[in-house]
Design a protein around this ligand. Sequence first.
Ligand SMILES: [Zn+2]
Length: 346
Amino acid sequence: MKALTSIVVFLVVGACATQSYREKIQDIKDSVEIIEQDDVEAYSKTITLNELRSHLYFLASDRFEGRASGSKGQKLAAQFLKSYYQREDIPAPNGDDYLQIIPSSYFGKGFASTENVYAFIEGEEHPDEVVVISAHYDHEGIDKSGRIYYGADDDASGTVALMEMAQAFKMAKEDGNGPGRSILFLHTTAEEIGLQGSRFYTENPAFPLSKTVANLNIDMIGRVDNYYMKNGGDDYIYIIGSDRLSTELHYINEAVNSTYFDLELDYRYNDEDDRNRYYYRSDHYNFARHNIPVIFYFNGEHPDYHRVTDTPDKINYELLAKRTRLIFATAWQLANQESRLLVDKI
Ligand SMILES: [Zn+2]
């Protein structure tokens, strides 16, 4: 009898806990309020297909020799990004020179020194809080027979998305609509050799990690993958990680998408048991490890993935523009909404 009583008590307590958990999730969902819609619509339109295309063709050209971490091509790409931000009058954080140098000793495996590139737009109300938008600009270099891995989708697509978003936020700031929180545009290096650039950044951050609100990481957003090629439809993006640390982030992303874009948000790779383990395979993971909420935006794998045939002519620029605008609008919300993003799942 006694044992049974305790089972009953346990069940009742369990039921209450489930109920209150559901209510809590619903409360968070209901609390999401999309702000400043006119501004978001106006500035997201400054992210244009033509500019994305022109930057991407340049970055995925012979000149950069596949941008292997530590190579001449990667360093040229770093200079290209640096001059872009200088030209756009978007500053580097902490008075640095846009390049965050990672010494070769950091790798311990004979890799050459390499550089993250970063620029930022200072927040006007909470300048110490930062939203980090990241994409790696390194790729696989040149193979033994001299063929170049152009990495147009992986990850020139994410790199040019950052460039265009930075320009849009800069225009907004010049019009007096600067972000409430700071926004860091982080072009990571050494991703292809094991997420080393983002690891280095999180160990040597420009803003303290405790003040880092979220990381929106982009790795391949210019193509349609094998699944959607076979089954039709291209108006989608895989969303990975959005609900792992912050329920609010997940619902913000959904609300932003349904307000402006209506892309299909495909969560199949967000499954904890996903055998591809994408959650652990790009730069956002180094932020998530430190309990910073992340979203990983990804188009999935296609026949040119990590092949020399990943070239700019195969990018769907309209889709790249739409996905970039979704990320821009989510970053806008995170930087401008009144309260800092809630982390509820540690
Ligand atoms: Zn990649």
